[in-house]
Design a protein around this ligand. Structure first.
Ligand SMILES: Cc1cc2nc3c(=O)[nH]c(=O)nc-3n(C[C@H](O)[C@H](O)[C@H](O)COP(=O)(O)OP(=O)(O)OC[C@H]3O[C@@H](n4cnc5c(N)ncnc54)[C@H](O)[C@@H]3O)c2cc1C
Length: 390
């Protein structure tokens, strides 16, 4: 069977690419190394916070946003300093994304059944000058149903396209090699992994039972990042952040291992911006781990105090949710790779939230009753501190 496009990776990027390409009448082969239970990848675990500009939700809260302000914030945060090289496409992509987020994105998502919780959060406030890092206004739109609701919308499209014969989805198919002819990728080779009972997000076996080769004139690689591969993180650790922490925990499942990026690079793909990585400093070990070194991000409210390892209070703007990379740099400069939140039981009860779908059953389960219970607890707290991202 001939395929117009092969998509490697059935996370949200792969599902979206597949659904849009198949909608154009093209035949798509969607491959993923994980079992079907993990379809949607990281996005299922996410809080489902989406970037929109000047939305009705923002306007209802009295937030004045505009594409110009979002452009200034994006440029200040990205700090493009390699415009004639690695940043060339990144800047063009940023501009196109700003147009998308200010215009068709919300309507497109709503047409797929995705709805938004009416409180917009404020992720990465920055805390510097207007043209520095951070969002000047709250823009973190939480999907009603969090990450699972986003995955569901795209999975539904893919299932229909499978029934229509437009999409072939093969889980447990791990790509090990890109086939190149005359300088262009023309196919993929890989291993069929043994069936697995691993539940969503759990590590699955890598035992090979067969191999495969598929050809196509177009290959899309949507294999995720490197967040679960601490060796690769250390290898690419940016000098500006000092030395890498000795102890790290992982906000992402084991499959986020960067292996496919290395395979692509060996075949001639160009990997850009490998030093621009993103880490959260407000993390703790998950009490019920699903994947290796499973960490959860704390979303603390305003009343807890944050100190370095020797008990010195962090200076502004090293507050939770302001500038995570700036805070990481500050922590690493202390010579210790940990810090302290000091707070009382009452503050935890009132103000602490944890990022991720499984930590927010009220929003994930679309339960108004449970949400009301949380809002009652939060009544004394600014609602702008529900935020989180990866
Ligand atoms: C707890 C948590 C909370 C988050 N909260 C937010 C949020 O609120 N807002 C936000 O914007 N983002 C959030 N994120 C980040 C966001 O979810 C991810 O950036 C996004 O889902 C990544 O999607 P992806 O498709 O690029 O990669 P992935 O989801 O990692 O999918 C990649 C897929 O490729 C497959 N694959 C890899 N290599 C191969 C290979 N060689 N052969 C075959 N298959 C392969 C993998 O098995 C996987 O299924 C969060 C993430 C987590 C984990």
């Amino acid at each position: 069977m001939g395929f117009d496009v092969i998509v490697v990776g059935a996370g949200l990027a792969g599902l979206t690419a597949t659904a849009e390409i198949a909608d154009g009448g093209k035949k798509v082969l969607l491959l993923d190394q994980e079992p079907e239970t993990s379809i949607g990848g990281q996005a299922w675990w996410s809080f489902g916070g989406l970037f929109l500009i000047d939305s009705p939700e923002q306007r209802k809260m009295g937030i004045k946003d505009s594409k110009e302000l979002a452009y200034q914030d994006w440029m200040g945060s990205a700090g493009f300093d390699r415009l004639y090289d690695e940043d060339y496409w990144a800047k063009q992509w940023a501009e196109a994304y700003l147009d998308f987020a200010a215009d068709e994105k919300r309507d497109w998502l709503r047409s797929l059944g995705i709805k938004f919780f009416p409180v917009v959060g404020w992720a990465e406030r920055g805390g510097y000058l207007a043209d520095g890092h951070g969002n000047s206004v709250p823009r973190f739109h939480i999907v009603w149903g969090t990450g699972p609701a986003i995955v569901e919308a795209f999975e539904k499209r893919i299932r229909t396209q499978i029934d229509q014969g437009l999409v072939t989805y093969l889980p447990r198919h791990r790509v090990d090699q890109l086939l190149i002819e005359n300088g262009a990728a023309v196919g993929v080779k890989g291993s069929i992994l043994e069936p697995s009972n691993a539940k969503r997000g759990e590590k699955s076996s890598r035992t090979v039972i067969d191999d495969f080769t598929y050809k196509s004139p177009t290959i899309v690689i949507s294999s995720g990042g490197i967040g679960a591969n601490f060796d690769l993180i250390r290898k690419n650790w940016p000098e500006r952040l000092g030395s890498s922490p000795q102890n790290m925990i992982s906000g992402v499942p084991d499959h986020v291992d960067g292996r496919m990026l290395e395979i692509s690079e060996k075949t001639g793909a160009r990997i850009v911006n490998r030093d621009r990585m993103w880490h959260y400093t407000e993390g703790i070990k998950n009490h019920s781990p699903v994947w290796t070194e499973h960490g959860i991000r704390i979303l603390p409210g305003p009343s807890s105090l944050w100190f370095d390892a020797e008990g010195n209070r962090f200076q502004a703007p090293n507050f939770p949710g302001f500038d995570t990379l700036g805070t990481l740099e500050t922590i690493m400069k202390t010579g210790y790779d940990y810090s302290w939140f000091i707070l009382t039981q009452k503050i935890i009860e009132k103000e602490f939230a944890l990022s991720g779908s499984e930590q927010n059953p009220d929003l994930t389960g679309k339960s108004y009753k449970r949400l009301l219970e949380r809002l009652k607890k939060w009544s004394a707290r600014s609602c702008s501190s529900i935020y989180g991202s990866r």
